[in-house]
Structures are given as structure tokens and as C-alpha cells.
Design a protein around this ligand. Structure first.
Ligand code: PTJ
Length: 254
């Protein structure tokens, strides 16, 4: 029997990995999604496998931005469907955001499995599945250019966990406000998004929902001030300092 408690960050990290592997076996996750997860794990280790101060600041700004939105949409890929389908539905219900399935590695069968998982988790409406409503984002080659006319295409705020840099740039060029979750503060997505939450989606998604609930009684002026006071570039630089401090602390403990 292991002496390490289940609540220990290392054990939690292994349990998250298991979720992704199960998602792969169930046909939700692309092979490349396993590699993306490994990259994420490495960054999570550097972050101390916890939600840091800069992530909390970004979560607050993201919640305010979502509450201010006319049409917020959450983009779901294979990794997200495997890691936090219930959390996605909770965020959508709290923030009246729409859910749209959008894949980098297009695969109809995988898309259907993702839809099934989201429905099982309580999602009522899932966009991105009706070909008659598809249109394309300009300036993008990948399958992610195909979006729903009533979803990402019409959205003013798009929430894109584990995104690729090209689409983040295309969404920004299309005038969208982009909120991302990315464990790598140096990725193009992190650097290009309006608000980057440098944290593991499995920890941060419910925190975003809780913060949306907390801020839901605030007036528009207060929400606008929260967004205005948030500086993504500065927050990302502060995140690098957090990583450095965290590593220095660990070296001293060892
Ligand atoms: O399901 P599909 O076809 O849409 O494909 C999804 C993947 C993830 C394969 C695709 O979007 C991809 O290739 O993503 P990238 O370009 O590898 O970027 C993934 C980013 O997410 C990397 O910067 C990782 O560090 C980060 N990441 C990985 N796991 C997590 C994460 N960020 C937050 N939470 C995680 N659990």
C-alpha cells in the first residue's frame, strides 16, 4: 500500500493522467492529445501543481469578462472532454455560455464520442455538430477553422482551453476576446490570448465557475474595471517569476 495520500499533488497528477488515458481508450482523445498532456504535466510540475496567485488573478478577470459577454462560447476538444466534461457543463450553466465541439485533428467518430460524453455530463445543447450550420474562420488551415455560425463564429468571447496558437490568432483577428487555459505561459496561445489562465484545467475550471457565481451580482462598471485592471502580459511575466521562486524554494528544501 502506498504511503502517499491521495490528496498529494503527485498522486493527483497521476489520477489526471489516468483520466486522459481512459479518455483515449474511449475514443475521446487524439494520440497527439497524449503528447500535449505530457507537455502540460511538465509545466504543472514547474508550477508546483497548484493554482498560483497569477492564475487566481486571471480567473477573476476571465469571470468578469464572461459575465460582460453577449455571447460567450466554450470550445471543447478531446482532452477537455476527457478531463473535465462536468466542469464544462457547470461553467456553461452558470455563465450561460454555449458549448461547441471543435477539434484540431478532425474525426467525426471522435466528435460523436465527445458529444455523448458531454450529454452524459448534463449538456443540453452542443454546437459544432450540424454541418448545415458550419462556416469557416479566415486565415486558418487546420480543421479548427470550421466553426458553428451560431457559436464561435457569432461569439464575442471565446473560451479555448488547450488551444493552438494559430487559431488563437485567427480568433483575435476576427475580433473575438479570447480566454485560454494553458499550463505553458510561453506558448503562442498564452501570449496571444486576452486572458491566460496558467493552471491545470482540472483545477481551474471549477474555480472559474465559482468566481462567475461570486461576481454575478456585481454591476457592469465593477466588472469592466476588473477586466481593465488586468494586464495579461504582466500577469504572464509574474507567472514566470512564480515558477522561478517555486523552483528556488524546492532546491533549498532538497
Ligand atoms: O482534440 P483535438 O483534436 O482538438 O486536439 C487537442 C490537442 C490538445 C491535441 C491540440 O489542441 C494540441 O495539439 O494542442 P497543443 O498545441 O499541443 O497545445 C496544448 C497546450 O495545452 C500546451 O501548451 C500544454 O502545455 C497545455 N496543456 C496540456 N494539458 C493541459 C494544458 N493546459 C492546461 N491544463 C491541462 N491539463
Amino acid at each position: 500500500m502506498s504511503l502517499i495520500p491521495k490528496s498529494h499533488p503527485r498522486v493527483k497528477s497521476l489520477l489526471i493522467r489516468e483520466k486522459l488515458v481512459t479518455g483515449f481508450d474511449q475514443g475521446l482523445v487524439a494520440k497527439e492529445g497524449l503528447l500535449a498532456h505530457g507537455r502540460g504535466e511538465a509545466f504543472d510540475y514547474l508550477l508546483g501543481e497548484k493554482t498560483n496567485k497569477t492564475a487566481k488573478l486571471a480567473i477573476k478577470a476571465a469571470a468578469a469578462q464572461i459575465l460582460l459577454a453577449d455571447l460567450p462560447v466554450i470550445s471543447v476538444n478531446g482532452n477537455i472532454a476527457a478531463l473535465c466534461p462536468k466542469e464544462i457543463v457547470r461553467l456553461a450553466n452558470t455563465s450561460r455560455a454555449k458549448i461547441e465541439v471543435n477539434l484540431f485533428y478532425a474525426n467525426e467518430k471522435r466528435k460523436q464520442s465527445i458529444v455523448k460524453t458531454l450529454k452524459k455530463s448534463g449538456a443540453k445543447e452542443i454546437l459544432g455538430t450540424n454541418h448545415n450550420l458550419s462556416t469557416t474562420l479566415s486565415g486558418l488551415d487546420s480543421a479548427r477553422r470550421v466553426v458553428d455560425k451560431n457559436g464561435i463564429f457569432a461569439a464575442d468571447v471565446v473560451i479555448v482551453p488547450l488551444e493552438d496558437g494559430d487559431r488563437t490568432m485567427a480568433l483575435r483577428r476576427a475580433g473575438k476576446i479570447v480566454i485560454t487555459f494553458d499550463l505553458n505561459p510561453l506558448s503562442r496561445t498564452s501570449q496571444t490570448a486576452n486572458i491566460t489562465i496558467v493552471d491545470n484545467v482540472t483545477r481551474a475550471m471549477d474555480l472559474l465557475t465559482i468566481t462567475c457565481k461570486k461576481l454575478s451580482n456585481k454591476n457592469k462598471k465593477i466588472l469592466e474595471k476588473i477586466v481593465k485592471d488586468f494586464n495579461n502580459k504582466k500577469n504572464l511575466s509574474d507567472n514566470i517569476i512564480e515558477i522561478r521562486d517555486n523552483l528556488t524554494r524546492r532546491l533549498h528544501i532538497a
